[in-house]
Write a protein that binds this ligand. Structure first.
Ligand SMILES: [Zn+2]
Length: 291
């Protein structure tokens, strides 16, 4: 079993009107994958850095250039198309692997870019959010800390931020200071993304009232599961609890994506329930009941 710590950099559209909306609303197109591979004893085994030539957002956004230093000429010379880069990445990950990322923003971006290129994302590996583990286990807090801050607290000297490989290495440095053997069981969750949904809603309220969005097929037993009501989880995202007839438990996450006023679409990710996701869900549920 390998643990693959990865980080992505992505380009953004120049303006809202240039944003790709089909087959899905594309908030970013991946231009770099940086990854480090740990073995099952969490020893550093290998590194990988891939540049990707964007197909949709072909002109680099100035803000992204300022942040990452990645320029058009660079991608033209070194980038490969996403499907090729993704194949190389998967080959490198090995037969049996789990993903580790800092925060949960890279997983949905990876899923969106896979779906954009028609790559099946219905079954991603077990994912661990190292930011969450650091916050809970080291800081005893629900706060989401930056990677820089975590390195500072741990008195580790990190590589310069906003390079995908540097950020993956820096996350590995934090991992090295965590008792992963002790923590991982509580935090691991398999992730399932679905094909883009085409239905357009006039409002977020109309979207949330669509009963179909609370239904999914259990990836383990194939039963149709109807979730409980959605709870607000901030930033246009909602979560709902689902229990299948075979007692498999899930957390369904839904994002109400606003394409333009009066035009909303739903994106959904299904997470296998973990002890940590259960805690997150119960916190939201209790907060909703208090209101
Ligand atoms: Zn099931």
């Amino acid at each position: 079993m390998n643990y693959v710590i990865f980080d992505l950099e992505w380009n953004q559209p120049m303006s809202a009107s240039e944003t790709v909306k089909e087959p899905l609303y594309l908030s970013g197109e991946i231009i770099e994958i940086g990854a480090v591979k740990l073995d099952e004893q969490f020893r550093l085994r290998d590194e990988l850095k891939l540049y990707i030539k964007p197909q949709y957002y072909t002109r680099m956004n100035d803000r992204v250039v300022a942040l990452t230093g990645i320029k058009n000429q660079h991608l033209a010379a070194k980038g490969v198309p996403f499907p090729e880069a993704f194949d190389r990445f998967l080959d490198w990950c090995g037969e049996d692997f789990a993903f580790m990322t800092w925060s949960m923003s890279d997983i949905p971006m990876l899923a969106d870019n896979m779906l954009l290129h028609g790559i099946d994302a219905s079954e991603l590996p077990v994912c661990y959010d190292i930011q969450r583990i650091f916050g809970r286990e080291i800081m005893r807090s629900e706060v989401r800390y930056s990677l820089d801050y975590a390195l500072e607290i741990l008195q580790e000297k990190g590589d310069t931020a906003h390079d995908a490989l540097h950020d993956a290495r820096n996350t590995a440095k934090v991992c090295d200071r965590l008792d992963l053997n002790e923590y991982l069981e509580e935090y691991g969750s398999k992730v399932f993304a679905e094909a883009p949904r085409s239905r357009v809603y006039e409002s977020c309220g109309e979207l949330l009232a669509d009963a179909e969005l609370r239904e999914f097929t259990c990836p383990w037993c194939g039963e149709t599961v109807t979730c409980e009501d959605f709870l607000q989880s901030g930033n246009g995202t909602y979560m709902a609890y689902g229990l299948c007839a075979e007692e498999d438990e899930f957390l369904l996450q839904i994002s109400a994506v606003k394409h333009q006023p009066g035009e909303y679409r739903a994106k959904r990710l299904l997470f296998e329930m973990s002890d940590d996701l259960w805690d997150i869900y119960m916190d939201k549920k209790e907060a909703a009941e208090r209101q």
